[in-house]
Structure formats: C-alpha cells, structure tokens
Design a protein. Sequence first.
Length: 191
Amino acid sequence: MQQEFLHILRRHPVIPSLQRQQDIPALITSRARIALISSGSIFNIKQRARELHDNGKIVLVHIDLIHGLGRDAAGVRYLKDKVGAEGIVTPNRHLVTAARKQGLIAIHRLFAHDSPSIATGLKVLKLSNPDFIEVLPGLIVANVMPILREHFQQPVIGAGLVKTTAEVKSLLAAGAVGVDTSAKSLWNFEP
C-alpha cells in the first residue's frame, strides 16, 4: 500500500485536509486522489468517507481530531472496518503501531516548532516506525529534512501553514513527497 500511495503522490502531491463539511464538493471535484478528514465526529465520519470513496478518493483520517472516536486500538480498527479508511495521521506512537497492525497507512505527525520538540519527536518516531512522517509546520521541512535523514528513510509529508503554490513547490524541492493543506486553492496542484 505504501508504494501505491507514493505513486499517487508523485502525480498528485497535495493532500486536501477536509476541515469543513461545506468543502466536500470542492474536494470531490479536485484532482487530488488522497484526502485527509481532519474534523467531524463518529456521527458523520462514515458518511464523509463514503462520499470521498464514491468519488475515487483514498481516505486518511486524523484520528485525534474526530470527536467521540477513541484514541486507541479500537478506534483505529473502527476506522478500518466501519469507515473504510486507508490510513491515519496522528502524533501518537501507539496509534501508529495499531494502524500498522491493521494494515493501514500510518502517518506519524512530528511537531517541529523547536529543537527540544524535534529531539523528542525523533525518539518517538524510532518507537513507532511509521510508513510516513508528517512535519508540522510544513514550511520548516527544508530545515528538518537533514535531521530526519540522519535517522529515517520514510517519506516525508509537509503540513500546516502551506498557502501558496510556491510553498508547495519549495516543500517538494526540499524532499517532501506530499503536502497536506486545507487551502482549497492548492487542491488541484500538479507538479
């Protein structure tokens, strides 16, 4: 699944982050092939995922941002079995491990806002062994990439504060394979 995911990102590197229900039509009609559900609750997650799947999108879920969903192995299993999600995004190493056991794409979010957070994040990443590493804020990818490459080979996704085409291009040039953004103006970006 990781190789298929990478193949899709090469052609469509922007991952729309769905934060508002009213943005579903824009996401559905976008060229993006992978979508991240970043809001909602257990009451609407299945419907949102179904709409995205029905329109040919691969669905990731930021598990920590779904209200009412347990942040544990049962929550991960629910996303796989009941929602049909193909992967999760989380800063929680236990959820990354649970996702990998379920055969889901596991994206570990690394908060890189200062040196201590990066040092702590590196230790946690070694324990979780994710499929992908997501760096937040995305605009710092160029600075963090050399540090990550000293320890990890997993593909990197930039997320947070990315608002322009130039920023997307900059992240990709720095070595990121994808960019997660809620900026609808970027959802049709193609390299």
